[in-house]
Design a protein around this ligand. Structure first.
Ligand SMILES: Cc1cc2nc3c(=O)[nH]c(=O)nc-3n(C[C@H](O)[C@H](O)[C@H](O)COP(=O)(O)O)c2cc1C
Length: 216
């Protein structure tokens, strides 16, 4: 079946933008801010979606999409279930990689670094802002575990929803925030003929960022 799709013939040029050394600030987080803002203003699809790679202690990787909720103090914040597959991997191996891909802007950002959990107070504060159904959902979903049926999860959702009508929905202990502290950030701008612009920032022991252009 896949051979009828002729994937090998799908090809397009990336020619709408460029990125040069003189546009780049000393601090890559300023550039992240700028590109995030442009993604929001351009109304790209899911501008805050980012792909997070985690790995087991022996280096077997897995990836999934999550939503960036904040870049604060130079850290990338997202929320999830601490007992999910990714949660278990991050508990054992704090090294992660993150990719933002904005097709409409022909741009990617790759981040590598280490992850820590937010404090319970920080997670509480964000949890309290979530819509009622999302708060209930976080309580009843054993994320990444096998479940017998869709009905199973819908029943759990219905009974937990009733339990908290008109009351505060408490954050479950197994749900909260993660913050990724970057040590490597790459900006990728698609260009003609696959001669893309790539700039890599690497954090140095003295706290400043080295910057290099990379071959496409
Ligand atoms: C656009 C999009 C946004 C998502 N955002 C989140 C999120 O913020 N947190 C989360 O735990 N899962 C999110 N998910 C679901 C995850 O991709 C994934 O299925 C889930 O976290 C379980 O991953 P795991 O089994 O690798 O732990 C999102 C999925 C998509 C497609």
């Amino acid at each position: 079946m896949a051979q009828d799709l002729h994937l090998e013939n799908i090809r397009r040029e990336y020619s709408s933008r460029s990125l040069s050394r003189k546009e780049l600030p000393d601090d890559p987080l300023e550039m992240v801010d700028q590109w995030l803002n442009e993604a929001l203003e351009t109304k790209v699809n899911e501008p805050t979606a980012m792909i997070v790679a985690t790995a087991t202690p022996d280096g077997r990787p897995s990836v999934r999409t999550v939503l960036l909720k904040e870049v604060v103090g130079g850290r990338f914040v997202f929320y999830s279930n601490y007992e999910s597959r990714k949660g278990r991997q991050m508990a054992e191996n704090s090294h992660v990689a993150v990719t933002f891909l904005w097709h409409e802007l022909e741009r990617q950002i790759h981040v590598e670094g280490t992850v820590t959990r937010l404090s319970p107070e920080e997670s509480d504060a964000y949890f309290a802002m979530r819509p009622y159904k999302s708060r209930v959902g976080a309580r009843i979903s054993p994320q990444s575990q096998p479940i017998p049926s869709r009905e199973y999860i819908m029943m759990r959702f219905a009974s937990e929803s009733l339990r908290f009508v008109g009351r505060e929905v408490p954050r479950p202990d197994n749900w909260g925030g993660y913050a990724v502290t970057p040590s490597r950030i790459e900006f990728w701008q698609g260009r003609d003929s696959r001669l893309h612009d790539r700039f890599l920032y690497e954090l140095q022991p003295d706290g400043h960022w080295d910057l290099h252009r990379l071959a496409p």
